[in-house]
Write a protein that binds this ligand. Structure first.
Ligand SMILES: NC(=O)c1ccc[n+]([C@@H]2O[C@H](COP(=O)([O-])OP(=O)(O)OC[C@H]3O[C@@H](n4cnc5c(N)ncnc54)[C@H](OP(=O)(O)O)[C@@H]3O)[C@@H](O)[C@H]2O)c1
Length: 436
């Protein structure tokens, strides 16, 4: 084989990023691979629309059948997004015995196991570094660099949109709505931000990472997911007083033969690595039996960072193809993937920060403390914020390690008290015994 022929399906943010890297780094890529990589076709919805990138005009097409029938195409790169159309393109590419690269997390989350099984049966690679954390090479690290080790836990800040919003709320005291609007103006959030702010995007990512790390089937619909929409500026101010930053944390951990997988806002000690992750950046920490802790951090989205991950995948599957070693890594399907029980959220034990908005009256604190004691929740510290004028008071309780189910039950009781004036805010604390 004298060169690797590539078809880009999609020429949006990531497609253009991949194109620019393939063009600008062509010589380096050829030196590293031994043969040049040439883009043969670029599939788009509207081939008549002018594109800014020089040299692409003659490659634009809307005919996927012709692209897949071209024997000079060895690698098909799915960058159209969505699930149905993308799944049909990827399946058709596998049937045509092309190596496939995708950056489509939603696709892998919905159809991954079936597509990986199809690819394994056809003896082709399906690579997906760009699908999780954009340019941060977490997939390759888990699949290859840590193949000899035993991963105990993977956790991180894996959604740049929510991290940007939380930063804005924390630094500027903006409300959630103001911070979201700012993120949308600056291009950090979609017009419909539901997938991000609900925590579901992070859940899809941590489930993919858990599948790789533990060889276990983990479906996002079966894990505990809380988004950021109920956070208020006061939660950031209180966190700072206690020595915490507030982050949307995604976690997957082995516990007693089961997996604890969850996504929710969490207080992390300000000195912890995850507290330092700013704006659209992502960070993933991996705890391994032999290596110990490992931290990967970088730009979690964007055309160029994700494009770089996509091009590295093109090179990887090309290397396998050139050395007749496609299928070198286990596919994310049986027999690599197995069923492992998931621990319910109620079984989690850790510190909780509870913020009660209550009537400013004698005996309220004692009543709250009484309910917590009844549920065997021990208190590490209490902060009281007196009422402003006629308004309610706030009581903030930081617990010692307590079971999540017990805390939920106590909160349910306290919520019914006549002196409770607003929804009780519960924020879990991640990261050991940090500040109190
Ligand atoms: N953007 C990021 O930062 C980022 C990061 C990580 C992963 N990803 C993933 O990468 C993928 C691509 O994202 P993107 O941001 O590049 O998307 P995008 O900017 O919306 O671009 C989509 C491209 O696909 C083409 N397209 C859409 N539907 C098509 C169809 N049915 N047939 C042919 N072409 C079609 C569009 O054609 P036209 O140009 O004619 O409209 C456009 O060129 C998604 O799966 C996304 O989740 C994106």
């Amino acid at each position: 084989m004298r060169e690797i022929g590539v078809a880009l399906l999609g020429f949006g943010n990531v497609g253009q990023g991949a194109w620019r890297i393939l063009t600008a780094h062509a010589e380096d890529i050829q030196r590293r691979l031994g043969v040049p990589v040439r883009v043969r076709h670029v599939l788009v919805r509207d081939a008549s629309r002018a594109r800014a990138e020089a040299g692409v005009a003659g490659l634009l097409t809307t005919d996927v059948g012709a692209v897949l029938a071209d024997p000079s195409v060895h690698v098909v790169v799915e960058l159209v997004g969505g699930v149905e159309q993308a799944a049909s393109y990827v399946s058709a590419a596998i049937r045509a015995r092309k190596q496939v690269v995708t950056a489509n997390k939603a696709l892998l989350s919905a159809r991954g196991e079936a597509l990986f099984a199809e690819a394994a049966a056809a003896g082709v690679d399906l690579a997906f570094e760009g699908a999780v954390c954009g340019g941060v090479p977490v997939i390759r690290t888990l699949r290859e660099a840590l193949a000899s080790d035993r991963v105990q836990a993977v956790s991180g800040v894996v959604n740049g949109t929510t991290n940007f919003i939380l930063d804005a709320m924390g630094a500027g005291g903006s409300s959630y709505a103001e911070a979201l609007a700012r993120a949308q103006v600056l291009g950090f959030a979609e017009a419909d931000p539901t997938l991000d702010v609900s925590g579901m995007d992070a859940a899809q990512k941590i489930c993919l990472l858990a599948q790789l790390a533990f060889g276990a089937r983990v479906d996002p619909s079966r894990v505990h997911v809380e988004g950021i929409t109920r956070l208020e500026p006061v939660d950031f101010a209180l966190g700072r007083e206690l020595g915490f930053a507030l982050k949307l944390v995604a976690t997957a951990r082995r516990v007693d033969g089961a997996l604890d997988v969850r996504v929710h806002p969490a207080y992390v000690p300000v000195s912890a690595p995850l507290a330092q992750v700013r704006g659209g950046f992502n960070a993933v920490q991996v705890e391994c039996a032999a290596l110990g802790p490992l931290l990967l951090s970088g730009q979690g989205a964007g055309g160029m960072p994700t494009g770089a991950a996509v091009v590295s995948d093109i090179m990887d599957v090309s290397r396998n193809l050139l050395s007749h070693a496609s299928g070198r890594l286990p596919a994310l399907c049986a027999p690599f993937l197995q069923d492992v029980p998931l621990r319910p959220m109620g079984a989690w034990r850790g510190r909780h920060c509870l913020r009660f908005t209550v009537q400013d009256a004698p005996g309220v604190l004692a009543r709250i403390a009484g309910v917590l004691a009844e549920k065997e929740i021990s208190i590490a510290s209490i902060v009281q914020r007196p009422a402003q004028g006629e308004g309610p008071a706030q009581i903030v309780v930081l617990t010692h390690d307590a079971g999540d189910a017990a805390v939920a039950a106590a909160v349910g009781w306290i919520d019914q008290l006549a002196t409770t004036r607003a929804r009780i805010q519960v924020i879990r604390v991640e990261g050991g015994t940090g500040p109190v």
